[in-house]
Ligand binder design. Structure first.
Ligand SMILES: Nc1ncnc2c1ncn2[C@@H]1O[C@H](COP(=O)(O)OP(=O)(O)O)[C@@H](O)[C@H]1O
Ligand SMILES: [Mg+2]
Length: 251
């Protein structure tokens, strides 16, 4: 269980990015977080990954309080953030330094197969397409079998075909691995395809506007009436979240 309690973040310049955010996520649950830009979505994930320290509140993973980057929590960003001077295999194996060479090679080979890039071990990063590079970033995050995977708009830089393919792939991988996922996205369909629950945020300060359960069987059918109804409901909530943003700009 990932338990986020009353989490707040005020940056040194006084920006109140997140205010009293509370959320409990079951092991193996997928929660999507949507909301206009500036709602504190990235701040939330950076706090959860230990890249920022909270001003208030607590993050608990099972019975432990998370205070610094934890190997059980991995994060994937919008851009792959790979090391260009390392091969695909060495990028992925980066988090496996404690294993011996053979074990490392085996784990890298397995995860590359799972992510749809078998045999790509010796490629250089610059030889990959954007979609392939993002697959490698996902492989690097998955190879350590984290208990929590944080995803900050992981597919938003990709074309629509690649995006849909990777969404399906990640759902498959997730159902095998049973890890908890927190997915930040501005794509309502992506949230409905992947999540058990969608948290809609609003800005100034960043906080929860509403939580919506996605009670649809997987694999989800983008063309079903239930999908369309949920998309409409979430669009309306998102419009509310965005209108907060407009008021603050015109104020
Ligand atoms: N390092 C920082 N220092 C000061 N303000 C920041 C910093 N990072 C983000 N912010 C501000 O905090 C608010 C939330 O930002 P962010 O978490 O990036 O939102 P989102 O990911 O939802 O767009 C915004 O007003 C943003 O300008
Ligand atoms: Mg962001």
């Amino acid at each position: 269980m990932l338990d986020i309690r009353n989490l707040s973040k005020v940056y040194p310049n006084g920006t109140h990015a997140l205010d009293a955010f509370s959320l409990s996520v079951r092991q193996g649950e997928v929660v999507a977080v949507i909301g206009g830009s500036g709602c504190g979505k990235s701040t939330l994930l950076r706090l959860l990954s230990g890249l920022e320290t909270p001003s208030q509140g607590e993050i608990r993973l099972d019975s432990n309080t998370l205070k610094e980057p934890d190997p059980l929590v991995n994060i994937v960003f919008q851009e792959p953030r790979l090391f260009p001077w390392l091969t695909v295999a060495d990028n992925i194996a980066f988090g496996l330094r404690s294993l011996d060479g053979d074990q490392r090679r085996m784990r890298v080979e397995q995860v590359l197969k799972k992510i749809g890039l078998p045999g790509y071990e010796t490629r250089w990063i610059k030889q990959l397409s954007g979609g392939q590079a993002q697959r490698v970033a996902l492989a690097r995050a998955l190879v350590t079998e984290p208990s929590v995977l944080l995803l900050d708009e992981p597919f938003s830089a990709l074309d629509a075909m690649t995006r849909a393919d990777l969404q399906d792939h990640l759902v498959d991988l997730w159902s095998e691995a049973g890890s908890t996922m927190l997915l930040v996205t501005h794509d309502i369909e992506e949230a409905i395809i992947m999540a058990d629950r969608v948290v809609v945020m609003r800005p100034f300060p960043g906080r929860i506007l509403e939580e919506v359960k996605v009670d649809l069987p997987r694999k989800r059918d983008r063309t079903s009436p239930a999908f369309a109804a949920l998309r409409k409901h979430l669009s309306e909530l998102l419009a509310l979240s965005l209108s907060d943003l407009k008021h603050s700009v015109t104020a």
